[in-house]
Design a binder for this molecule. Structure first.
Ligand SMILES: NC(=O)c1ccc[n+]([C@@H]2O[C@H](COP(=O)([O-])OP(=O)(O)OC[C@H]3O[C@@H](n4cnc5c(N)ncnc54)[C@H](O)[C@@H]3O)[C@@H](O)[C@H]2O)c1
Length: 405
């Protein structure tokens, strides 16, 4: 199905960004929220994204107005009646999202797609709130959507292949990079990101290095931001929620460091609340963090293991291997997702190719040694063990997660 008429429900941070992405690709969009002031705020956000392009000389003021003219706003859901696709971006609450889905189901034409931008909720459960579960799908944009290229396409249990194809074609028409991700807690990117962020928090508790020193080492490795700057930017409250969802689904290997809760209790949510791992404005180091980290360490009974790049990065490799084993995604898409979604250094070509270049025997040895030292978080993925036993060691044997000529 050719998708032309679009709607976005929820004009907050993500909804407005998504509407901007749609208009940037030249498609019209109807932006809905419950009150006019929220819609107006969304419109301001869209205009400010375009205004920055004008300031940088990437677009004329005329073009800006033409793009803005592609957005219609409303507070009446019925106005979305003619849409080919509606993307829901209301707050992350299952009951609220189900209500929105059920209402839209009664309003939209029978072939229209109902998509959710949820970060963690079940697409299958959202589909069950409608009479068209085959046309319900997850379209997970990343913040800020006008910059981030990646979109996770997540079919639920009942989503039809045709809907997946339509969603892929639609996201490509938005000039984004879609990857197909089978439904699981955290989908792909958050599932790979959180164990790494969590391990960095444990390192901080163990106190061998401060937040700034760890951030700097990660940036030197080639990621666009250090872990603590990233959490402060994304929102520590949101990261903590995702971490808890993952822990509930995957158990011991995702047990969150106590430091998350300590910071949350102090309302240190990151940049938006004036403090997180750093204090804002300015992103300054803060002695209170050290005290919180020490108190978290005594709760976690953390030892005194030093921060090491392999300690935090191998968490991602291990989780990627679990994802591969569970067929959450393909090796190619996992690596694409890492580069396009997390800014993993392009020259390393993604986390699995990075593991292949280290050698999977070395990865397994290190995971095993961390497992003895630090416990369940490092239980090596069975896939890695099997590959090593079969001599699939990566580039050096020309076969690993990928084959090499
Ligand atoms: N912020 C992020 O970094 C991020 C990234 C990826 C995905 N997401 C997901 O996107 C969704 C939206 O997140 P956000 O950060 O934009 O939230 P937000 O709070 O900024 O915006 C939510 C908007 O929805 C509106 N809303 C509430 N109830 C509504 C209803 N019944 N009908 C229509 N609009 C309604 C609110 O008025 C608000 O404007 C969530 O599911 C979140 O998990 C967020």
């Amino acid at each position: 199905m050719y998708i032309y008429k679009t709607g976005v429900v929820g004009a907050g941070a993500m909804g407005a960004e998504i509407a901007q992405v749609i208009t940037f690709a030249g498609l019209p969009v109807i932006l809905h929220d419950i009150e006019q002031r929220f819609v107006d705020k969304g419109m301001e956000r869209i205009r400010s994204i375009y205004a920055r392009r004008v300031e940088k000389g990437k677009m004329s003021a005329d073009e800006l107005e033409k793009k803005m003219a592609l957005v219609t706003t409303t507070t009446r859901l019925e106005d979305l009646r003619a849409a080919d696709i509606v993307i829901e971006a209301v707050p992350e609450k299952m009951d609220l999202k189900k209500q929105v889905f059920s209402k839209l189901d009664g309003i939209l034409g029978p072939s229209a797609i109902l998509a959710s931008n949820t970060s963690a909720l079940s697409i299958s459960a959202l589909g069950s709130a409608t009479k068209r579960p085959g046309r319900v799908i997850g379209l997970h944009f990343f913040y800020p959507a006008h910059v981030m290229k990646l979109i996770e396409i997540i079919p639920g249990l009942a989503t039809s292949d045709e809907t997946v194809d339509d969603a892929l074609a639609f996201t490509e028409s938005l000039r984004k990079i879609p990857i197909r991700v089978n439904e699981c807690a955290g989908f792909l990117i958050n599932r790979l990101l959180m164990p790494y962020l969590n391990e960095c928090a444990y390192c901080l508790e163990e106190g061998s290095e401060g937040a700034r020193a760890i951030d700097e080492k990660i940036v030197k490795f080639g990621l666009p931001m250090g872990p603590f700057t990233l959490v402060d930017t994304l929102g520590l409250d949101i990261c903590k929620d995702v971490g808890e969802v993952l822990h509930a689904s995957y158990g011991a290997r995702m047990r969150p460091a106590a430091l998350w809760r300590k910071l949350f209790e102090k309302k240190r949510f990151g940049i938006k609340s004036g403090a997180g791992f750093y204090t804002y404005p300015g992103g300054k180091e803060d002695p209170e963090l050290q005290a919180l980290a020490q108190s978290a360490a005594s709760e976690d009974k953390s030892g005194k293991s030093p921060f090491a790049l392999d300690r935090v990065l191998y968490q991602m490799i291990n989780e990627a291997a679990y994802c591969l084993e569970e067929r959450v995604s393909t090796a190619r898409e996992i690596d694409l997702g890492m580069v396009a979604g997390l800014g993993f250094p392009q020259e390393k070509e993604g986390i699995l190719r990075y593991a292949d270049s280290i050698g999977l025997d070395t990865v397994l040895e290190k995971l095993t040694s961390y497992h003895h030292e630090l416990g369940e978080r490092f239980w090596p993925a069975p896939r890695i063990r099997r590959m090593v036993e079969a001599g699939f060691l990566g580039r050096k044997t020309k076969q690993g997660f990928f084959t090499y000529s």
